[in-house]
Design a protein around this ligand. Structure first.
Ligand code: NAD
Ligand code: IPM
Ligand code: MN
Length: 355
């Protein structure tokens, strides 16, 4: 078969450490499984911005469109304002390629310590489905009267029937393939105008998915329930901002934000999807070779799964699980002293022999 064309965008900070580590794992798995990936690596980053005045070249999105999938590290670095790096790279990719689903699985693995006393391995296993192209992350708004006492910032939230419907259908569909439970993150107690609309659409789509049991929780109460009863969740669907916040909270519950993966999906497959860890460029630890690569490695597994290589994807996630259960090789965020490279190599060693 023709090799899948993969765009690698390491970006900034620890992105440049975790993407090469994940690539080594991908290479090892592909060799065992007889798969071929054809990589193109792009140096689009804050460094490029400082050198050339733009995060990406003008034709970057057209070039990415030629690929089957994108593996991204993270962007953002001190000295370049975040709005430059994010509106200059991350957000345009998500939007141009209609990656309207941001899928963020959370699992407490055997051998990992959740900061929550009650969160036991095997019991906490859910997915945050985050709306990824509209909602609170809108382009409508701005700042006026800067530097005066009247200085004002305004941003409009945008919720469209089509946009909300498609994310809900994806989430209900996913719940149907999992344990059949969906929770909607809302804030409909009369203050936020957009959320009663979201709730209406949830009820409407629920009727189209009668096999799924669903409920809704206000985002504030839901955050508390994540901490108190994380095992009760299966699929949690939320708007762009709510999903963003819930996914870091969930990652922390699972033991470290360094493990959490994400898939920015264009489910129709018209455009490439993008896979990236939930975490950012972590300037505080960048350059030291101690970043946890598992979030990116798991994201790479989600990429293989998306490309149809379910078994190769499972090879990676089971190797990860056995490395964590064994517990001898860990990066500092997990309480160990291993380097990024050592942990990645250990995942490769733990790949089960093909039967
Ligand atoms: P962050 O995720 O980069 O870091 C938060 C904390 O988690 C830091 O203490 C960091 O050291 C730690 N951490 C993160 N990833 C880790 C890993 N793999 N292993 C061990 N520890 C890890 O979030 P932040 O500090 O809010 O943002 C830093 C920069 O990253 C900003 O410029 C932000 O805009 C950017 N960012 C980019 C993306 C992206 O490109 N998708 C995502 C989030 C943040
Ligand atoms: C994430 C990140 C981004 C987001 C930021 C960096 C814009 O936090 O992928 O979760 O909020 O989408
Ligand atoms: Mn986030």
């Amino acid at each position: 078969s023709t090799p899948h064309r993969i765009a690698l965008v390491p970006g900034d900070g620890i992105g440049r450490e975790v993407v090469p580590a994940a690539r080594r794992v991908l290479d090892a798995v592909c060799e065992r499984r007889g798969l071929a990936l054809d990589y193109a690596e792009y140096d689009w980053s804050c460094e490029r911005y400082e050198r050339e005045g733009a995060m990406m070249p003008d034709d970057a999105l057209d070039r990415l469109a030629e690929h089957d999938a994108i593996l991204l590290g993270a962007v953002g670095y001190p000295g370049v304002p975040d709005h430059v790096s994010l509106w200059g790279l991350l957000i345009p990719i998500r939007r141009r390629f209609q990656q309207y689903v941001n899928l963020r699985p959370i699992k407490v693995f055997e051998g990992l310590d959740s900061p929550l006393r009650g969160a036991r391995a095997g019991e906490v296993d859910f997915v945050v489905v985050r709306e990824n192209v509209e909602g609170e992350y809108s382009e409508i708004g701005g700042r006026i009267y800067q530097g005066t006492p009247q200085e004002t910032a305004v941003q409009e939230s945008v919720f469209t029937r089509a946009g909300v419907t498609r994310i809900l259908d994806y989430a209900f569909g996913l719940a149907g393939r999992r344990r059949g439970r969906l929770t909607s993150a809302t804030k409909s107690n009369g203050i936020v105008h957009t959320m009663p609309f979201w709730d209406e659409l949830v009820r409407e789509r629920a009727a189209a998915h009668p096999a799924v049991t669903w409920d809704q929780e206000h985002i504030d109460a839901l955050a508390a329930k994540f901490v108190l009863r994380p095992e009760r969740f299966d699929v949690v669907v939320g708007s762009n901002l709510f999903g963003d916040i819930l996914s870091d909270l969930a990652a922390a519950i699972a033991g470290s934000i360094g493990i959490a993966p994400s898939a920015n999906l264009n489910p129709e497959g018209r455009f490439p999807s993008m896979f990236e860890p939930v975490h950012g460029s972590a300037p505080d630890i960048a350059g030291r070779g101690i970043a946890n690569p598992l979030g990116t490695i798991w994201s790479a597994a989600m990429m293989l799964d998306h490309l149809g290589h379910t078994e190769a994807a499972a090879d990676i996630t089971s190797a990860m699980a056995s490395v964590l259960a064994e517990g001898t090789v860990r990066t500092p965020d997990l309480g160990g002293a291993a380097t990024t490279g050592e942990l990645a190599e250990h995942v490769i060693t733990a790949l089960r022999p093909l039967s």
